[in-house]
Design a protein around this ligand. Sequence first.
Ligand SMILES: [Zn+2]
Length: 299
Amino acid sequence: MSLERVFTVDLNFFDFPGAIACYLVRLSDRAVLIDPGPATTIPTLQKVLADRNLTPSDVSDVFITHIHLDHAGAVGWLAEQGAMIHVHPKGAAHLVNPEKLIQSASRIYGDLMDTLWGEFKPVSEERIHIPADNELIPINGHQFQVLDTPGHSDHHFAILFEGILFSGDIGGIRVGNFDHIELPTPPPEFNPLKWRESLKRLKELDLRAIAPTHFGIYTDVQYHLDHLFSQLERLEEWLEKQMVRQPTVEELNEALGQWLDQQGRNQLPQQYQPYFTYLNPTWMSAAGIYRYWRKVRQA
Ligand SMILES: [Zn+2]
């Protein structure tokens, strides 16, 4: 199994082990990274590369599942070291000119922006490759394939390498090897209808493992995808009921927190509770759901 070429790099985000992964695929003297993580964890990434006798300039290619800062913040730095960055057509312009991306993230994170995510460096145009959906990208005699998978965001790719699916956020958040899986539903592009179509696509693949960025390589693919499907269904049912009452976004936030606890969040060991404050903050998911309802459902 080609898992032996694939390493889970724990970026140990703010001393939370097992929260944000970068996947390293070793192809002889070269390395390919999938979701290199935020800029704040570049020193960790550098150390892991050094431990494997790799320099940053040995990273020939970087795939990002999408441009959210916890997945893609380090791309500008990696491009400076010479890496080619493979990015969704709808995300590419934001890497070249990150002002809008930084602005909208700053609106969300406020004063915590720099502390959490660090400096997002732009990527020069010649270091960007924009694959088409389904495109096979040959690297050092191996093939990587990108799959357009909207639902969490409109600019989302899942990356397929030898039966392992690097699912970014479309494959949900699953930490600590537990069964609990959550769907991160942030504004402005969360869309459960698109998410369902993306999951249907993933179910048709012959997968050996699924590797969400948050966190780890899971071989119970059938369970994982089925659970995501039913979680999505439950979320939609819950939402239909909630919106009848025409809640404010604050009320929806409160209800969502209770609902997520019922779905098993509060069954996780205490040490994992703060993970969701960073990886799937309830207020952010509530804002995404609320926006979807107002802008898509009611439009
Ligand atoms: Zn995301």
